[in-house]
Design a protein. Sequence first.
Lengths: 174, 457
Amino acid sequence: MESNKNFVLGVFDDEDVLLHAVTKVKDKGVKIHEVYSPFPVHGLDAALGYKRTRLPIAAFLFGMTGTSLALIMQIWMLGYDWPMIIGGKNHAALPPFIPVTFELTVLLSALGMVATFLIASDLKPYKWPQQFDVRSTDDKHIMAIDLAKNRLTKEDIGALLKDSGAQEVNDKNF
Amino acid sequence: MQVSSTLRESLITGGKTVSDVSEDICRQVEGKPTPLWWMAFGIALTLLGFGAYAMIITLWDGIGMWGLNRTVGWAWDITNFVWWVGIGHAGTLISAILLLFRQKWRMSINRAAEAMTIFAVICAATFPMVHMGRLWLGFYWALPLPNAFGSLWVNFNSPLLWDVFAISTYFTVSLVFWYIGLIPDFAVIRDRAVRAGHNTRALIYNTLSFGWQGGAKTWMRYESVALILAGLSTPLVLSVHTIVSMDFATSVVPGWHTTIFPPYFVAGAIFSGFAMVLTLLLITRKVFRLEDYITIYHVELMNIIIIVTGSIVGIAYITEFFIAWYGQVPAEQYAFINRAFGPYWWAYWSMMTCNVISPQLFWIKKIRTSLVSTFVLSIIVNIGMWFERFVIIVTSLHRDYLPSSWAMFYPTMYDVGVYVMTFGFFFTAFLLFAKFFPVVNMAEIKSILKSSSEKKH
């Protein structure tokens, strides 16, 4: 697979320096491919201009699916398919159905949201990621800039990164 | 550059850098197991082996091998079930409820506590499944599947069925929550393996890490997922022990028929769970040299939770007794007098001593900040909580409305053996987890290092 993608990498040591650097680099009109960090850096998503994730909506919709399925299942099974009087209650008595409905709501919401997260973030067991720098899971923040998507030259971007506090500036080609 | 707060006690000591965290936690995954680990693993496997024998006999000959009789139809099995489920609750409290309250101190202990939850729930689920008799048909009976009884469905009005849904949902959601937390840490081990040139290890941990890279967008989603899972797990964990308590509370057996059960069981669950977390973590921090991550401060905070929940449990015991007298129902009054002064008085007073008196010792700062006394008291609390369930279950059943069927319960070696098996499984699984998985959540520790770490001298 020779896609020949050229990246400039800014290596940062400190999350606060990184946050300022992101703003500075973006102000110069440079498009950042992505920033890889060993831990979640608060405010980084906003600095990079990412929209808020819609995963909560997914969780809610999956949860509602769970609620509906649980209620339909219980009302159909005990109310229509084989009605029986248990403890003198109505066939389809709602209060005793609450626990199972609640549990299935939580179950579907959690599983559905996590599945959405894994698919949206392209996380799967057999995938070997394109690694920019293996230190990005240890203690370094790596800012990757795709040269093809920027008008500035490699040298200019490198100088800008150095100027914003990057410890090292490296190249990476895939 | 290290910036640390001077106002709060530091959560991570030893002036660690971000890189030190990866090094300290990954060391035990990458190195060979220590002799101490092998010793513990050997003991755990022995317990598992002995227990497996008792379990095979139980399955082969039936649960008649247990000491149950026609009067006491629930005894050690359900006691152990409730005890193990309760232990699991601390893990979820630490990982979910303390996350919602933004308690940073949970970050050193949440991984191990969640692992404990998962193994404890597996141990718990063993008992009702075996108690159903023919284990291999259990799923068929307990789940709403089309069946050969003319599709006579399961009874959704029964708390026993609610338990099936509650426990299986609890297990699944806890497992998912735990695994999502592990993904970034597996990637740390993978990348260290890449740098060290261990290809097989890199491949295994890459598979486990789902090809994690740690881009800002993924982290943003990851944090959102963690928060929502915490929000879902919080009512879930409360519902689980509430439903477990309803197994008893919705019946008409004197001593069980009590509306106080749900909150009282949940408090008891967290109480015993924290005791088990302390027992396990005090050993883990010693064996894996995690003294800088799990500090005395962490131990003290957990002991404070034990005081709070222990006191709630104590008040519940006294309230139960008071209401039995105040309610003026003779059968109920008899059940409680019999509990305290009947043939099972020793179980009742063991429970009272271990659960009501012993945690109050933690009011003394010296005791709650000492590792030895914490370790001893954590075991005492767990013994007490086992007796609590035994007292509730056996003393309520053994003398009911019909004096001609009054009986005593005597456990057989198979009752004991199956309980021992769950211990063997629990410790075997925990030791394997502690060896092959990162026992402390590295990503979270790294994120609080700047604000909560001790200054480097």
